[in-house]
Design a protein around this ligand. Structure first.
Ligand SMILES: NC(=O)c1ccc[n+]([C@@H]2O[C@H](COP(=O)([O-])OP(=O)(O)OC[C@H]3O[C@@H](n4cnc5c(N)ncnc54)[C@H](O)[C@@H]3O)[C@@H](O)[C@H]2O)c1
Length: 436
């Protein structure tokens, strides 16, 4: 049964600031409303993955009640107006969260129409250079911490998907080259990277839930490692790709050969509108397309992924998969999956968990890529560009369990009355099979 983590009992107690890029979006406003409703005891924790984990593994995380929200958006509307626009919440839920939502207004943002053509807005920071933008974002983070009396802060990117820069270009390879490019106002730097850079310079954990390029630039991975700042991404694994990474390991285990996998989606929210631009769409198709071959161990000749903007559906995305498989005696079979999902209802709880996990990683003294969080993403970040991440969901889940258990074990004395407990905790949550 789901229960709320008591903030009083949590080793991560204290107000945790969650600064969101794209605060007025469908996912962000749903996440904020969810915490307001949890606080008011108006909903259960169903859908929050860590709420059902063994309590000993999650005791060190900040409580859901401890999360305090702020952030930037190109649209100035307060979050009640934003939530009304997105139409994710039921009217009664909106009414119950209205007071908290209407009190929250996004800060002016850093945008660049070159990287995101279909979502523009005039709620912009009055800055004329990348360097000034980075300084302004850093100042926002400092002000957020002070004004809200926060113990700690994390930054989460939930902004519209941007066109991808070419990450092998020199400016993205080393921290020094990136800093020089910021100072030179290099037009190849997208807004998502400026936010990520500012967070890392403030020693604030950074999570990229979008397909945009941000902390995954090698320059920023190296900087995060050097400063001991946890970073994670990218592109939340919520619906179709989540099911794909659950099904594909099962097909592999039965040695059913995947001849082809055809995936298509329709969605009608603002995210869909952003993806109606071919350059933004290309970023999304890259993250969605990369999962199968690593899991199956061979290249699937016909892995096709389509995403279509279809306004009447709003946030109620529908995904279809047709999987052509070959079995014993070369006989052909088909599997059909039809997921009628709720885009933001699946995404928002993952965002809340990522905020708590990124904060815990920082408190545990970890920096650089958080591999243990790979299961939350379609395209998990890697430390070395070009290496393949783990995609199979079950193994990713085991990695997360093992990471949480290792943290619990570290806090236990090596000897004394609890001797043996440390080993037991680690053993009971270790992955059964080694991960790639
Ligand atoms: N299931 C899911 O919903 C899901 C899954 C994986 C990834 N994502 C990604 O999460 C992101 C958010 O999804 P959504 O449905 O909330 O989209 P949305 O369009 O409702 O929200 C995005 C918000 O970002 C704002 N924005 C755009 N550029 C900005 C900038 N430079 N600075 C600050 N704000 C900016 C927009 O004004 C908008 O309010 C998208 O990139 C989407 O691809 C969503």
């Amino acid at each position: 049964m789901s229960t709320t983590n008591s903030s009083a009992a949590s080793a991560g107690a204290g107000r945790l600031g969650v600064a969101i890029v794209g605060l007025g979006g469908a996912v962000a406003s749903t996440a904020v409303a969810g915490v307001a409703l949890l606080r008011a005891n108006q909903m259960k924790t169903t859908g929050l993955p860590l709420a059902d984990f063994p309590a000993e593994l999650t005791a060190q995380l900040a409580g859901y009640d401890d999360l305090v929200f702020g952030g930037w958006d190109l649209c100035p509307d307060d979050l009640a107006a934003a939530a009304r626009h997105h139409r994710v919440l039921e009217p009664a839920q909106l009414a119950a969260a209205e007071a908290e939502l209407s009190a929250l207004r996004p800060w002016p943002a850093v945008g660049n129409v070159r990287f995101c053509r279909n979502v523009t807005g005039q709620h912009l920071l009055p800055v004329e250079s990348h360097a000034a933008a980075v300084e302004a974002i850093r100042a926002d983070l400092v002000r957020f911490r002070e004004e809200q009396s926060l113990e700690r802060v994390v930054v989460i990117n939930l902004a519209s998907t941007e066109a991808a820069p070419v990450l092998t270009q020199d400016l993205f390879l080393t921290p020094a080259a990136f800093e020089a490019a910021v100072q030179a106002n290099d037009e190849r730097i997208p807004p998502a990277m400026l936010y990520a850079y500012a967070a890392i310079l403030e020693d604030i954990p950074y999570v990229n839930f979008t397909p945009s390029c941000a902390a995954d630039a090698p320059a920023l991975v190296r900087l995060a490692e050097a400063r001991g700042v946890p970073v994670a991404g990218k592109d939340g694994k919520t619906g179709q790709t989540f099911l794909k990474t659950v099904l594909a390991p099962a097909l592999r285990a039965r040695n059913l050969h995947v001849d082809g996998w055809f995936s298509t989606n329709i969605l009608g929210n603002r995210d869909g509108q952003a993806l109606d631009n071919p350059e933004s769409l290309a970023s999304k198709l890259t993250t969605k397309g990369s999962v199968l071959d690593q899991i199956l161990g061979y290249k699937v000749d016909s892995h096709v992924v389509h995403i279509h903007y279809y306004k009447p559906r709003g946030d109620n995305k529908e995904a279809w998969d047709n999987i052509d498989v070959e079995g014993f005696l070369g006989q052909k079979m088909q599997i059909k999956v039809n997921f009628l999902c709720r885009d933001s209802i699946l995404a928002a709880p993952l965002v809340l968990e990522l905020a708590r996990l990124a904060d815990l990683a920082k408190r545990r003294g970890e920096g650089g890529v958080m591999h243990a969080l790979g299961g939350f993403f379609k395209s998990p970040m890697v430390t070395q560009a070009g290496t393949a991440p783990e995609h199979a969901f079950e193994r990713q889940q085991a990695m997360l369990m093992a990471w949480l258990a290792a943290g619990v074990a570290e806090t236990m004395p090596a000897a004394g009355p609890v001797r043996g407990a440390k080993t037991a905790v680690l053993a009971s949550f270790s992955p059964a099979t080694p991960t790639a």
